[in-house]
Design a protein around this ligand. Structure first.
Ligand code: NAD
Length: 526
């Protein structure tokens, strides 16, 4: 008898040692079923819980195999976008008047809806992004926990309301955080569920309404997640979906009735949005979470097998397309040969292919542009350094129908090479040797980004130095499941420093939700 999906073990990004055979058995049945049921019909945008097909139509295909059509979507027209913002604006007073307790109840129902459809939505994410089974199902689990965590924070903080001290017995003051109004939510392709739902939930639980624009590569999961909000009974207009790319995103940012933007994506786009919002007559909130370089330090005292496993998983999980992907590793001279030998051995053993399969660790990169960026970076490595392993695009069979590249480790590059300094968002790891740890740390800090950093050491002094000096919001030490990746709501917080964020508060943690609110003090004479 097939297992009840509700009783299968939870997949998180770091419980890699558990037995997931029952999850795989379930997915073996579900994946072909889901593919067979992929609707060929148009998927219109959703405005005030109604279809809106105004705009130009585009087809999305899977990066795994361009013959798999994920759906046909509508790039929202300017009129459609305007209707979405107005629908959100109209819904705001009612949604806010419900009070935070009722909003929490609504959102907890959304979490239950996601839980009920967990595997189906996970399969959509696998096909849309090319994620491995574990990454895809893990993302839906993270989505559930994100909703529940932000609801729990709202509750633990009593809706962010406090009584203040009295200056006089007859005067009382109460302070409260209140919503801004309509938030535009703009999300990236790589975690289309967790990050979209995190931003939407943060905005909604705080009492705002939302116009949500997914990545143009992620319309399918965008639609499925809106179905979950609607099925859970979120009132019409509270969350609206407009598909499309940069043009729709820019129109959303520039819409005069928007009261704030929550964005996750690249540094270039995030900063563009930040600057464009700053040109308004008064400041509106921009919560922008952006890219990372994510250096890891393997010191002389590191446990080599753990370090190699953690670096490999961090560099090549999801094909290096995580904001927290470890794309640079500093290795002490004394352990360099041993570490490289272990890392190359693990990298050689990676199974690349169709992520529908059980054992596949790496699927395709997201699209043709990503594969072309890989080719360009690989050429530059061959000119200025060399590959210890990898560096080629894969071809033949399925590889010709999607975008598959090798997990690649580059060495001997000049200090100012783009692989040392810029986010590539590809399975490209640059390695650098060091003899002095403090100088290595300073070099690792000398990038635009400040998202995550990792270390492998058994030396207390080195660990202290790392924790004191690493310029990043998320630090990890001695993790085999990922040198710099694998954050979880309520467990790690995820704050981008420097060019990785603008608000200096992170997702997944206790200071996320208040960012969607503004403070008001009520002083009343009794
Ligand atoms: P992207 O910046 O290309 O696109 C992100 C979103 O912005 C998409 O929905 C896109 O359509 C939209 N957009 C593009 N141009 C726009 C414009 N001019 N105005 C408004 N919206 C616009 O990013 P991507 O390739 O989808 O995602 C990868 C990036 O996201 C990487 O840099 C990664 O590090 C980052 N990321 C960061 C985090 C984090 O938590 N810090 C998490 C995931 C991804």
């Amino acid at each position: 008898m097939p297992a009840n999906p509700m009783t299968l073990p939870r997949v998180t990004y770091s419980n890699i040692a558990e037995d997931f055979a029952a999850v795989h058995d379930h997915l073996d049945v579900l994946i072909p079923q889901f593919k067979a049921g992929l609707p060929a019909d148009l998927r219109p945008n959703r405005i005030a819980a109604r279809n809106d097909a105004d705009g130009s139509v585009y087809k999305a295909v899977s990066p795994i195999d361009r013959d798999i059509v994920l759906g046909t979507f509508v790039e929202a027209s300017p009129g459609s976008l305007d209707r979405a913002v107005k629908a959100a604006q109209a819904a705001c007073p009612g949604w806010n008047a419900l009070g935070w307790q009722a909003r929490v109840e609504h959102l907890e129902r959304v979490a239950r809806e996601f839980e009920r459809r967990k595997y189906e939505i996970g399969v959509a994410c696998l096909l849309e992004v090319g994620k491995s089974r574990m990454e895809a199902v893990g993302e839906v689990e993270e989505t559930l926990d994100l909703i529940r965590y932000y609801c729990a924070e709202m509750t633990a903080n009593n809706g962010y309301a406090r009584d203040m001290k009295r200056a006089f017995p007859q005067e009382r003051t109460h302070v409260v955080l209140r919503p801004h109004g309509v938030f535009g939510v703009i999300s990236p392709f790589n975690f289309p569920l967790a990050l979209s739902v995190a931003m939407i939930t943060g905005a909604l639980v705080a009492g705002n309404c939302v116009v949500y624009k997914p990545s143009p590569m992620a319309g399918l999961t965008g639609h499925l997640l809106i179905e979950c909000f609607e099925a859970a009974g979120i009132p019409a207009g509270v969350v609206n979906l407009v598909c499309g790319g940069a043009t729709v995103g820019e129109a959303l940012v520039n819409h005069p009735a928007i009261n704030g933007i929550a964005f996750t994506g690249s540094h270039a786009v995030g900063m563009r949005i930040f600057r464009s919002m700053a040109a308004r007559p008064f400041a509106l909130p921009v919560i922008a979470e952006m890219g990372g370089k994510n250096p890891t330090y393997v010191t002389q005292s590191a446990e080599i097998a753990t370090a190699a496993a953690g670096v490999m998983r961090s560099a090549f999980g999801l094909q290096g397309q995580k904001c927290s992907s470890g794309s640079k590793v500093y290795v002490h001279n004394a352990v360099y040969d041993d570490f490289m030998q272990a890392l190359v051995k693990l990298t050689r053993a990676i199974q690349i292919g169709n992520p529908e399969g059980r054992a596949i660790f790496m699927g395709p990169v997201i699209n043709r542009e990503a594969a072309e960026r890989f080719d360009k970076a690989a050429d530059s490595v061959r000119q200025q350094g060399r590959f210890e392993i990898g560096g080629r695009r894969l071809s033949g069979g399925l590889f010709d129908k999607g975008y598959y590249v090798e997990p690649s480790i580059a060495v001997g590059l000049p200090d100012d090479h783009c692989l040392h300094k810029e986010e590539q968002f590809l399975p490209l790891l640059a390695v650098k040797q060091f003899s002095d740890f403090e100088s290595a740390l300073a070099d690792g800090n000398s990038v635009l980004y400040g998202l995550t950093a990792g270390i492998y050491t058994r030396d207390e002094r080195e660990l202290r130095l790392f924790l004191d000096r690493a310029e990043a919001g998320v630090l990890y030490a001695n993790r085999a499941s990922g040198a710099t990746t694998g954050a979880w709501p309520g467990i790690q917080t995820f704050c981008g420093w420097k060019g990785s964020g603008v608000s200096h508060k992170g997702g997944l943690g206790p200071w996320y939700v208040p960012q969607f609110m503004r403070e008001q003090s009520h002083t009343i004479m009794e």
